[in-house]
Design a protein around this ligand. Structure first.
Ligand code: PGA
Length: 253
């Protein structure tokens, strides 16, 4: 049996007013019953985090931010800091999502600064990495993953491992309906775990959860979760509807 508790995370991206977010949170709070053997996380937009935190009070569903800045406070118009996220009750912060890399100029270095800032403030990190279609077709997938992992984890040590989650999200699978096959995902996850073992050691590598993300839905979650190195899912589109995310959380082993 795996020592890794499965983690199912919903990334709501730039969706929902406060009222809509609260309605979904309430649906999840009453609809999800499996918490003893899996962890459930939602990442609302910043504007809805406080209200969702109130709606989820008393529930084991945890909160994540979708991004953060690396300074704690100061003249950084428009940014949100890790202490502010802690204050709202966040447990996790997502960093390095491919949409941030593609549309907002994130680099491995800026992703790493965000990850370190979260950890320094006692927030756990969900570090996203993944290759583009062009990179996959050029046979560069594993090189790209190794480089993103190296850059993203720069300066982090074994002591951070229990606060660290990786998300393998092939860019060509995000929001496209083209999920990686379970074999493609498993290959990448096994590679990443090997890489973590080289960086830390086997015990640490075996304790770090690696999520798959990219068009996860009720129809494919079971076969993805059946892979030995897939420890959870980071779900975009299919997390926006209560019934769909509840079925994903309720994946069958
Ligand atoms: P998707 O998004 O499930 O809509 O493909 C996944 C993600 O971006 O985390």
């Amino acid at each position: 049996m795996s020592v890794r508790m499965p983690l199912m995370a919903g990334n709501w991206k730039m969706h929902f007013t406060v009222a809509e977010a609260v309605a979904l949170a309430e649906e999840l709070k009453t609809g999800i019953s499996r918490f003893d053997d899996r962890e459930v996380v939602v990442a609302p937009p910043f504007t809805a985090i406080a209200a969702v935190a109130s709606a989820l009070a008393g529930s084991p569903i945890r909160l994540s931010a979708q991004n953060c800045y690396w300074e704690n406070q100061g003249a950084f118009t428009g940014e949100v800091s890790p202490p502010m996220l802690r204050d709202l009750g966040c447990h996790y912060g997502i960093v390095g999502h491919s949409e941030r890399r593609q549309f907002f100029g994130e680099t491995n270095e800026s992703v790493n600064r965000r990850a370190r800032a979260l950890l320094a403030n006692n927030l756990a990190v969900i570090l996203c990495i993944g290759e583009t279609l062009e990179e996959r077709e050029a046979g560069k997938t594993l090189d790209v993953l190794a480089e993103q992992l190296k850059g993203g984890l720069e300066g982090l040590g074994e002591e951070h491992a229990d606060q660290l989650v990786l998300a393998y999200e092939p860019v060509w699978a995000i929001g496209t309906g083209h999920t990686a096959t379970p074999e493609q995902a498993q290959e990448a996850h096994a590679f990443l775990r090997g890489n973590l073992a080289e960086r830390f050691n086997n015990t640490v590598a075996n304790s770090i959860r690696i999520l798959y993300g990219g068009s996860v839905k009720p129809e494919n979650v079971d076969e993805l979760m059946a892979q030995p190195d897939i420890d959870g899912a980071l779900v975009g589109g299919a997390s926006l509807k209560g019934a769909s995310f509840i079925r994903i959380v309720d994946f069958e082993e």
